[in-house]
Design a protein around this ligand. Structure first.
Ligand code: ATP
Ligand code: CA
Ligand code: CA
Length: 406
């Protein structure tokens, strides 16, 4: 049983809800023209398109769905995003609706549920209270921003939905999956640039593929940081800086950078290659060699929301070549995640806000509000500083090393 929206649900009930959501998405997409007019986007930001499904029965699979309603937020806007990300409506439906979604074992501390599409491309996450308002508020700027900044590391949202039945009322957002399952992630990091409690718990560490945090990164696994070619590093940090700025402008904080680390030689040496096909291993090694010698700049860090094959494996697209301090070849899978919490709604901070108020000397009219605008700014600058000084370090390129040895 799991707690969803304040209710305990059995796995069977959750499966039925996920099935209903798939049904909702399919109908929503299929009732729209595949190429709608997009010049009325601003009118669309507040649209909620609702459908009701009463007594719906799938006779082929003998499934009786609960009566439910399914709402799609800003349908044209998300259509626009999908087009921007190269996801055509048919592929989107195929990805989400043709077979059951796979649940990702509760990766966060919050009660959000995560589902991965069978083709490994998209993630559906339940949206917590207040996060929905944040997303809707962000939408107009996010639209312009993503249009102008293809190298952004922000989540690539491709749909926003509300499922309602008698007892359940839940919102979901779909976004790109940053960590392809066919590439072994030898390490996974969720980094924020803070130290407070930023350590993987013992139970997390026992997991098959644990997510490590800031202190694990700094004190144990990469105390010297991870080394990037100079142009790649600058492009990546520039992208992070821009992303942080828009998040700051929207009072958003508590986001993380997610980094999946694939060790190329470790993977090649591993006897058990069940996790990764030989071709994927070779493609990863080839990509590393190519990107380390090419001067690719910003192009090398563009995370594709909908990876398609080029000469390499599609799932490698957007991965960044890097090196460990010991000279091991790494491919990094990087993105900024969990961007829908604003300062005012960040629960963990209510305490610090309270303690701050207590410290205010009587007579000093520093308001909680001016404090609250500073916090996201502080968060963003600490985040960027951490990425610049402790995570992504600069290395000499093979050419530069060559020049030194001459
Ligand atoms: P909390 O608010 O407690 O931090 P949350 O439920 O909001 O947690 P997130 O922080 O969004 O969850 O994500 C938790 C974990 O899920 C991440 O550390 C990462 O391992 C995984 N994850 C989240 N988003 C993605 C994504 N787009 N691709 C791959 N993995 C993801
Ligand atoms: Ca988080
Ligand atoms: Ca969160």
């Amino acid at each position: 049983e799991k707690l969803v929206d304040g209710e305990f649900l059995t796995d069977q009930q959750i499966d039925l809800i996920m099935g209903s959501i798939q049904l909702g998405i399919k109908h929503e997409i299929e009732r729209r023209p595949p190429n709608p007019e997009l010049n009325s986007l601003p009118d669309d930001f507040k649209v909620i398109s609702k459908m009701t499904f009463d007594n719906w029965r799938d006779t082929n699979n003998n499934i009786q769905y609960p009566d439910f309603s399914f709402s799609t937020y800003a349908p044209l806007t998300f259509h626009y995003f999908r087009r921007l990300f190269g996801i055509n409506p048919k592929d989107y439906v195929a990805s989400f609706c043709n077979s059951p979604l796979n649940e990702l074992a509760n990766p966060g501390a919050s009660k959000s549920l995560f589902y991965l599409t069978p083709d490994d491309k998209l993630i559906m996450k339940t949206v917590q209270q207040t996060e929905d308002e944040c997303l809707l508020r962000l939408l107009p700027s996010y639209t312009t921003y993503l249009t102008d900044n293809r190298e952004s590391l922000l989540p690539k949202f491709s749909g926003f939905y509300n499922f309602q039945s008698k007892s359940i009322d839940n919102k979901f957002v779909s976004m790109n999956n940053l960590l392809p399952s066919n590439i072994k992630m030898h390490q996974k990091f969720d980094l924020k640039g803070s130290t407070l409690g930023r350590k993987a718990s013992d139970s997390e560490k026992k997991k098959n593929s644990p997510t490590f945090k800031d202190l694990d990164f700094n004190c144990e696994l990469h105390p010297e940081g991870i080394f990037l070619k100079q142009d790649t590093r600058l492009a990546l940090l520039k992208a992070i800086e821009k992303d942080c700025k828009i998040l700051k402008d929207f009072n958003i904080m508590d986001y993380s950078i997610l980094i999946g680390v694939h060790y190329i030689d470790r993977a090649l040496k591993t006897v058990d290659k069940t996790l990764q096909k030989n071709d994927d291993l070779k493609a990863a090694a080839k990509r590393w060699d190519r990107l380390m010698t090419d001067s690719v700049g910003e192009k090398s860090i563009q995370v594709e929301a909908w990876p398609v094959s080029d000469e390499n494996d599609a799932s490698l697209s957007g991965s960044i070549p890097a090196m460990s301090v010991n000279g091991e070849k790494l491919l990094l899978f990087v993105g900024i995640i969990d961007i829908l919490q604003t300062f005012r709604t960040t629960k963990s901070l209510e305490h610090s806000l309270k303690s701050f108020k207590l410290k205010i000397t009587p007579g000093v009219t520093e308001t909680a509000n001016s404090f609250s605008v500073q916090r996201p700014e502080f968060y963003a600058s600490r985040f960027l500083k951490y990425m610049t000084n402790s995570v992504f370090k600069s290395m000499l390129s093979p050419q530069e090393l060559q020049k030194l040895s001459e």
